[in-house]
Ligand binder design. Structure first.
Ligand code: GRF
Length: 217
């Protein structure tokens, strides 16, 4: 049985589109049950509708507090019979009560190689730190921000001419590849959570060599 996934967004929704596209494959282990946004004007809502996915805007500003907003979010997720939640550019901090309600059932994508560069402005901070490789991470959500067992990561080189925008664009491409892959691992039950680690993903007996950057010529 395919897992029913609810996607949470706040904006553009390009990761959401990559998940919707992947879930169209008949052998993908998840189907996208709904897309919910805390911002009614989120561009991603239109893209989801264009793809025939049910949407709902739940404007956080219309609620007295975080708990009331999350109660509505939870009701909506349940009304779509959601098994798993995938955060994709969802820009609201969540209470630990909400996170615990979806414990081991909620994943997020973050545009850095966690645990480096948690929080906002990751690309500017990666450039300022002078790292040669950055990337993106899909992890299981825990109450602490950008924390939680890591399902999969993708590494991307940092170029000398990069600005935060050019780096973000390169990482975003990797995100679009990583998220559908990581969600499939998670939804298929291939992997299991063992404390801080996610185990059980199959890997080739001989993994590829390291990505060395800058490369040796
Ligand atoms: C992505 O970079 C994601 O990693 C971060 O917010 C951005 C959302 O982009 N959490 P999009 O809405 O998926 O296009």
């Amino acid at each position: 049985m395919k897992k029913r996934v609810g996607i949470l967004i706040s904006g553009r929704g390009s990761n959401m589109v990559s998940l919707i596209a992947a879930a169209q494959a008949h052998d993908y282990p998840a189907e996208i049950a709904c897309v919910l946004s805390n911002r009614p004007e989120a561009e991603g809502l239109k893209k989801a509708e264009a793809n025939g996915v049910p949407t709902r805007a739940i404007d956080h500003k219309a609620f007295s507090g975080r708990e009331a907003f999350e109660a509505e979010l939870d009701t909506a997720l349940k009304s779509f019979n959601v098994d798993l939640v995938a955060c994709a550019g969802f820009m609201r901090l969540m209470t630990s009560e909400f996170v615990e309600r979806w414990r081991d059932k909620m994943v997020n994508i973050h545009p850095s190689l966690l645990p480096a560069f948690k929080g906002l402005d990751t690309h500017a901070r990666a450039l300022a730190a002078g790292v040669k490789l950055t990337g993106c991470t899909v992890h299981i959500v825990r109450p602490q921000l950008d924390d939680g067992p890591i399902i999969a990561q993708a590494a991307v080189p940092v170029l000398e001419a990069d600005t935060p925008n050019t780096l973000a664009a390169r990482v975003l491409q990797a995100e679009h590849e990583l998220y559908p892959h990581a969600l499939a691992l998670f939804a298929s039950g291939t992997v299991r959570i063992d404390g801080k680690r996610v185990l059980g993903a199959s890997a080739p007996a001989k993994p590829p060599g390291p990505l060395v950057w800058p490369p040796s010529t």
